[in-house]
Design a protein around this ligand. Sequence first.
Ligand code: NAD
Ligand code: ZN
Length: 246
Amino acid sequence: MFSDNLINLLRGDPVVTILTGAGISAESGVPTFRGEDGIWKKFKPEEIASFDAFIRNPELVWEWYRLRQSIIKDIKPNPGHYTIAEFEKMYKKFYLITQNVDGLHTKAGSREPIELHGNIMRNRCMDCAKEYLEIELPAEAAIPKCDACGGMLRPDVVWFGESIPMNALIRSEKAVNEATLFFSIGTSAQVQPAASMPIRAKNGGAYLIEMNIEETDLTPFADEFIAGKSGELLPELKSLVTMIEN
Ligand code: NAD
Ligand code: ZN
């Protein structure tokens, strides 16, 4: 399942960049956008997860995010997240870029994941930008307000039509440019700018691995496509890499 070439690269001194998407959290049971959550049966994602929607009906948007926050609060990382955190400790240069907003990489021990789309457990004031963790929100307020300036709080996620935080963009550029070994894991590779990162890393000389339960638009460009669940494949890969050969 894993090529000798990949094992040898991982036993060398690669600059590893890993890009993850919703698939890495699937085995933790994180509900997807269009999954079972009742609200998507009534609303399209754009009708909840956009600035316009928030201005039009902040109570509704907050009701949705409170629900998502309460679900994600109790969800735990899976072996895929933990293995990525272990890989980080093994390499001098290692970058993790995620499209997920669930914070599970951090919970698993990854030190500074580049969160392209923000973090759903964090909120910020729309006026003064003060940050609030989910646990710091007043429990009963329909629209939580900033205790410093009275402004409306919003979840610190990137909504439809919004741009990626500049800091995350700059850090991810570096991660893409420096990579000699690039993994695209559990992402359908359709949402920009993440979608183009694997190809750009490959064009810059990186060896490109894709890990997914099914093929994607990226698959024809990957040096290796590894089919399966990331929560199973990643621990297997790591044990092969660290196995002592007699
Ligand atoms: P996506 O839903 O478009 O694609 C998920 C991919 O993961 C699919 O290609 C699927 O085949 C694969 N997959 C599913 N289970 C897997 C497993 N166990 N192992 C490996 N691969 C698996 O997700 P995306 O590409 O991340 O883009 C969707 C957008 O939705 C992103 O912008 C993201 O911010 C957002 N989102 C985030 C979360 C989260 O934070 N956990 C959840 C849903 C959506
Ligand atoms: Zn404020």
